[in-house]
Design a protein around this ligand. Structure first.
Ligand SMILES: *Cc1c(COP(=O)(O)O)cnc(C)c1O
Length: 460
């Protein structure tokens, strides 16, 4: 495929997946044959098409460097020889997380301009002015510097898709983030007098907020492209799990289930959350004998990030243990440094006398649990350190570390797990309570011991 138009016309496969109550189909937009596919490839192509049509020669995008949009936009621009500049909000604490998307966006030579969430407008204006003074004619994908006025363009992508799938299903489900995708489907349905229920499972925003964003986008489309008279917007925000990027055990189970039984990759931020939401929605409302379409909106690089992150590694060599303790020990409250711990000595002891497990992402440790299993007199295992890098919190990593530690404690014939926690560290105490730990007694004026009794299944 060499020209933009061929790309825009591409139809992706629709496959049925087994279900006892309904006929469930998945439109595999993740299999769009360019840059790992997904809705952002379609959307990026629409922006590029509009840019060319209007005579600009350079793209300015906005989005996290790790996002599917940054990767898709950067790759589409590279392919069609268009300079690509992306304005990116800096991460909260300034550290950068490498992911498959951000690594690829670098390969595609996108230029990132970092800013704070509070000065996006100024940054957009500055980047555009700089590009203009270097002789380019930049196109900002979101319209004016406040991000308004171009909402109708991304909507074209899934209006097109709607026209391909129309009049075939009772329900269409999808993950809704910025609403560009759902907006397109709704516009398509309104224009074609369709009757499907289009259910957006919100992955980031409350229903009220998302509805406002969609109304604004559809108004923009109605004014600039084609009049749409009647439409309704259905958004479900009960599967947010505390917000964007966080997930729970049900999502983990859904991802596993779909991977092993249908060979379909889902990610925890978008498609895994939405797929779980869809199945639960159908169940709770006793929906049966309907034809259902789930739009797989892509995000395969996020699936691989997830696979890497959820891999627990047992560290044995002292250098790796030292590296992990160095990187994560200062997340403890108080930090190892504040406790005047000699980190090299502490690490050496852990690697020689204890056990250490870490999750890794892009080659760096992002979590750690370590402790000792050698107190056979009291049959008590001792957790010395448990920490998860800030950017990776809220994804169940701490729980999986604890499960690992517990499994190993049982294998070693331990009856209890003990740890020390600061009296004022409420969130840690709450976490341990949730996992079956109870306060034992004071460890010092500022800390307590907590302990968990291990239960063994009786095997005959
Ligand atoms: C961006 C994205 C979504 C959400 O699409 P919006 O148009 O932003 O609502 C869903 N799935 C994946 C994989 C995405 O990257």
């Amino acid at each position: 495929m060499e020209n933009l138009f061929e790309f825009l016309q591409f139809n992706t496969p629709i496959v049925q997946i087994p279900d006892v109550h309904n006929k469930i189909y998945v439109k595999r937009d993740d299999l769009l044959p360019f840059s790992f596919g997904g809705n952002k490839v379609r959307i990026a192509l629409e922006f590029l098409n509009d840019m060319k049509r209007k005579g600009y020669d350079c793209i300015v995008g906005y989005g996290n460097a790790r996002s599917n949009l940054s990767r898709a936009l950067a790759n589409v621009c590279y392919k069609f020889h268009i300079p690509c500049h992306i304005i990116s909000p800096a991460d909260e604490d300034g550290t950068r997380i490498y992911t498959f998307n951000s690594r690829m966006a670098e390969d595609f030579q996108a230029q990132f301009h970092y800013c704070q969430k509070t000065n996006v407008k100024e940054t957009v204006e500055r980047v555009i002015a700089d590009l203009k003074s270097s002789g380019l004619n930049p196109y900002y994908i979101y319209g004016n510097s406040s991000g308004e006025g171009n909402e109708h363009i991304p909507i074209l992508a899934y209006k097109r898709v709607y026209e391909e799938i129309k009049n075939n299903y009772d329900y269409i489900f999808l993950a809704t983030g910025t609403g560009m995708t759902q907006g397109g489907l709704i516009a398509g349905r309104a224009i074609n007098n369709g009757s499907e229920s289009i259910v957006g499972i919100s992955v980031a925003r409350s229903e009220t907020h998302e509805r406002l964003v969609l109304q604004k986008a559809l108004k923009c489309f109605s004014e600039r492209v084609q009049l749409i008279e009647n439409y309704d917007i259905e958004i479900v925000d009960t599967y947010l799990c505390n917000g964007y990027g966080t997930y729970n055990q049900q999502i983990v189970n859904t991802i596993h289930q779909q991977l092993v039984s249908n060979g379909m990759p889902l990610d925890p931020t978008y498609t895994g959350k939405a797929f779980w939401g869809m199945l639960d929605y159908l169940k709770r409302r006793n929906i049966s004998n309907k034809k259902i379409l789930f739009i797989h909106t892509g995000g395969t690089p996020l699936f691989f990030d997830y696979m890497m992150e959820s891999q627990l590694i047992n560290l044995t060599d002292p250098a790796s243990v030292l590296n992990a303790v160095n990187g994560l020990g200062n997340l403890l409250v108080p930090s190892l440094t504040e406790r005047n711990v000699d980190i090299p000595q502490y690490s050496l002891k852990l690697s020689s006398k204890g056990k250490v497990w870490c999750h890794y992402a892009m080659g760096e440790p992002i979590s750690i649990i370590a402790g000792y299993f050698n107190d056979s007199e009291s049959s008590t295992a001792y957790i010395s350190i448990l920490a998860v890098a800030k950017e990776y919190q809220g994804r169940g990593l701490a729980s999986s570390l604890l499960f690992k530690f517990e499994d190993y404690a049982k294998l070693s014939g331990m009856n209890h797990i003990k740890l020390e926690v600061r009296k004022n560290n409420n969130s840690a105490q709450e976490f341990y309570h949730k996992h079956g730990f109870k306060e034992l007694y004071e460890a010092s004026y500022s800390s307590i011991y907590m302990v968990k009794e291990l239960c063994y299944q009786i095997t005959k």
